[in-house]
Ligand binder design. Sequence first.
Ligand SMILES: [Zn+2]
Length: 245
Amino acid sequence: MIRAFAQRSLVTVIGNGELVKSNYNYKLIDVSHTVEHGMITYKGLPAPVITDHLTREESKNYYAAGTEFQIGRIEMVANTGTYLDSPFHRYPDGTDLAGLGLYSLANLDGMVVRRLGTERAIQVAAVAGLDLKARAVLFHTGWDVRWRTEGYSDGAHPFLTEGAAKYLADAGAALVGIDSYNIDATDDRSRPAHSILLSQGIPIIEHLCGLGELPDQGFKFFAVPVKVKDFGTFPVRAFGIVPNK
Ligand SMILES: [Zn+2]
């Protein structure tokens, strides 16, 4: 087991980044799924295949005694884990991942809209009257508890209606996320929420998780994909920064 200790003032970080003792005045809340070998995100799309490009054993041929590395290889479809859709996912002339501005992905004023135990179609009423301008608007449906079960992809997941997507776009939302299987109903093959939001340059995040850990407002949200050219979708490490009271 590898343990890396970083001493910064009163802060001790162990290996996986877990805070043991801290004088930070904020919490970092991870709202993304872990990606692993063989994990299905979306029914019908293949799971990632994670292998070694260079094993630790092989690497010993190249380095000094006692020095070794591993170079991993991952083969996956873009829609793996918690991922962000750029306009290019839907539109051939839309902004691709490399073209997305950081201001549309990072340090956004976050807002969580609670949709637990309500009807699966998220209507305008869920967001009407909220101050959505330049916000990352995250829909907390609780569907993430089904992640990696049959029930996750049973077609009955919560989704955003066309009307709600239009309202969010008109109100100037910066980014829209959901902890569900798809932001659209999968039996609507015109995918209105994707079509409307991405046509307005508003990135979408799907398969979020743990949104119950975030407050309704008063946090900053980050979900930054790798900067890949001519590519529409990529996994993100999505998280919120919540100030300590
Ligand atoms: Zn999508």
